[in-house]
Design a protein around this ligand. Structure first.
Ligand SMILES: [Zn+2]
Length: 481
């Protein structure tokens, strides 16, 4: 743990919110990340100007940020990659990375702390009252490991997921600190606005969560300017081998970045069709662009707002499935947020069920809903049997924190398969009309916000289905499947 004092105790910029009147109607304005970064040879050096809008209702003297890049350290407590995937992920052998903060200004003090040097805690120069804003600038360096993972140099591209310090969610009087568990996606954040500038070698093509406003050549470099509003994260992928297939779906600009695909046009059409189907079924897609990016990723794919990483080891029907699942996450995780450390089933179960709905609506793929239900039931029953045999009893509750699952296998079956079966049970109980009305309400009411089990039940209740009993029995592990 390091504890450092700021070089200068300059006064915090504490300004009243009304300076921004007109920004957001009834909703409080978003926090804002303005990141100026340069990527060179495995190192991203950046300055992040962060504007905090205090809508917590309390006066705060401290801010906390997750430093996900620090999970790749040699001596990290939590490994970002599970043991079963380590060999595939670290394709060149052992490799390490880090996120090093060099300065925070203005502030009284700052330190890197938390359970695994995963938190940047900043004591503000002055407390920021409810309804006011504060601004700080964080200077940091992200060093990338050679790893086919969210943040790393892969064999064919550079993944810049979680590449900046991101504000922890403030709830129940404290900032929620995320440990980097290898099972699941250990992320939890509120929506914010982003303005990102990236300077890098002109040979790179950049895929971005944000709309690319400009890409100016400057000698051997290209400088990209990007922006994205109302998103709970922002990711980039850099590649020197990318080809780009471009299209459009319902006014959304769609990009497919690839370097190993014999039929990219088919993939592009699948991505466009998914966006169209989910928009029609749940509500309009939330961002102006959507990029699906083929890149090194040790397992399946990874979702970020308006950008999806698709593992380059995938091909055929498996790759298509990952594209459909990750695209569904644009509704469940990106737009409707949830605490992915505590309620992983909420977005994973619904992304799985949404993917099955897509295939049900597109019978040409030959993936029936019946076969998906059977597969999920079989997976669940197998886990149940194994647990009973080993422990004499089967704990299939879903309200576990990521680190509490007995194994990666048990996490996948509970969050994905049992989550899937929960939504199938709700559909059976409600009938299609109320079920789809419930999902539409859930999307409409919680888009841009954080949702819980209770919010899901409430949306279904408004659509005419008393769902809380079914949901509770699945979550607490008493439902008989
Ligand atoms: Zn998923």
């Amino acid at each position: 743990m390091k504890r450092l004092l700021c070089a200068a105790l300059a006064a915090a910029l504490v300004l009243p919110l009304f300076a921004f009147a007109g920004c957001g109607g009834k909703e409080a304005p978003h926090d804002r990340y303005q990141i100026d970064a340069e990527y060179r040879d495995g190192v991203l050096a950046a300055e992040m100007r962060f504007t905090f809008y205090n809508d917590t209702g309390e006066s705060l003297g401290t801010l906390e940020f997750n430093l996900f890049g620090n999970a790749y350290r040699e001596d990290s407590v939590y490994s970002p990659v599970s043991p079963s995937l380590t060999a595939a992920a670290y394709y060149a052998g052992e490799s390490f990375g880090s996120m090093t903060v060099s300065d925070v200004s203005p502030c009284k003090s700052w330190e890197v702390c938390g359970a695994d040097e995963n938190i940047l805690r900043v004591e503000l120069a002055e407390s920021v009252s409810a309804g006011e804003r504060a601004e700080i600038t964080v200077s940091y360096t992200l060093t990338l490991a050679k790893v086919s993972h969210r943040t790393g140099i892969t064999e064919h591209a550079v993944n810049l997921g979680n590449f900046y310090p991101i504000l922890c969610v403030y709830e129940e009087g404290a900032f929620y600190e995320c440990e980097y568990y290898s099972d699941g996606d250990p992320f939890y954040s509120e929506c914010a606005d982003y303005a990102v500038t990236l300077r890098t070698d002109g040979e790179y093509t950049v895929a971005s969560s944000g709309r690319i406003l400009s890409a100016e050549r400057d000698g051997r470099d290209t400088v990209y300017e990007m922006e994205l509003s109302g998103a709970r994260d922002f990711a980039l992928v850099l590649g020197k081998e990318f080809s780009v297939a471009q299209g459009e779906s319902g006014g959304v600009q769609v990009m497919y970045y690839y370097y190993d695909d014999d039929s990219p046009q088919e993939r592009l059409e699948l991505i466009e069709d998914c966006l169209g189907y989910f928009s029609e079924t749940f509500g309009d897609y939330a961002y102006p662009t959507y990029s699906a990016v083929q890149t090194g990723f040790c397992v399946g794919g990874m979702e970020y707002p308006a950008l999806t990483m698709i593992g380059d080891r995938l091909a055929g029907a498996e790759r298509d499935y990952v594209i459909v699942h990750e695209t569904a996450h644009q509704w469940w995780y990106a737009a409707v947020g949830n605490n992915q450390l505590e309620d992983a089933w909420l977005d994973e179960g619904l992304a799985e069920y949404s993917a099955a709905l897509y295939y049900e609506a597109r019978p040409g793929y030959g993936v029936t809903m019946e076969s998906r239900v059977r597969a999920a039931e079989n997976a669940y029953k197998a886990l149940y049997g194994v647990h009973e045999q080993i422990f004499g009893t089967a704990d299939t509750s879903m309200d576990k924190k990521l680190g509490e699952y007995l194994s990666e296998y048990s996490y996948v079956v509970i969050a994905y398969d049992k989550g899937f079966l929960l939504f199938d049970a709700l559909r059976s109980a409600a009938g299609d009309k109320k079920f789809f009305a419930g999902l539409k309400r859930y999307y409409e009411e919680k888009s841009g916000k954080i949702a819980s089990q209770e919010d899901l039940a409430e949306s279904f209740r408004r659509a005419g289905l008393r769902a809380e009993g079914v949901i509770a029995s699945f979550v607490d592990g008493t439902a008989v499947i």
